[in-house]
Design a protein around this ligand. Sequence first.
Ligand SMILES: [Zn+2]
Length: 210
Amino acid sequence: MTDLDLQAVKQSVLDYCLLSMQYGLNFNTQGNISVRLGENRFLITPTDLEYDRMTADDMVVVDADANVLGGPHQPSSEVTVHLAVYRRRPDVNAIVHTEPVFANVFGVAGEPITGALVNMVIYTKGDVPIMPFALSNRTEFGDAMCDVMGDLNAVVWANHGLLTVGDNLRDAFKTTVAVESAAKVLVHARALTDKPIVLDYKSLGITGSL
Ligand SMILES: [Zn+2]
């Protein structure tokens, strides 16, 4: 990857960081985004810096062991979680972690987000499971979370937030928005009925990617 390409990736990550604030998916220094740059190189947002104070040059490049290869800051404290996903899922090239309200409602309730909207299940490839609460700044959390997520594209961290993955950053971000929107509809549907109508991804017969 040339310097020019790397700068474009940094800018793209920043753009999605700002969009996540605009959509109300994060507050303060919550959330982090990463992209696989190539063999053993990953770009991730820095720790302890608000998205709206961040510039493209604040992004951090790390290797698969979380050693910093470039950038002026330390990486997000959840870098090992991202690296666990990249190790486990060769199909994943981008990861978005946010802390949106309605996905968190399901994490606190300890219930998977079932298929309220077709848009969500197409992106997630199934109901969004719940990873039980644990501190997320360690590799063990990442490995356990990967077990819970399996081949799906989203997982809720109980009492914390949401993580989505994708072949590229646009897809990973779209999945975040789709999950939060479906979670919001499902919470409201539950006010009307104990038995909302939900979709089962596998019975939809969807093939191919997004
Ligand atoms: Zn978080």
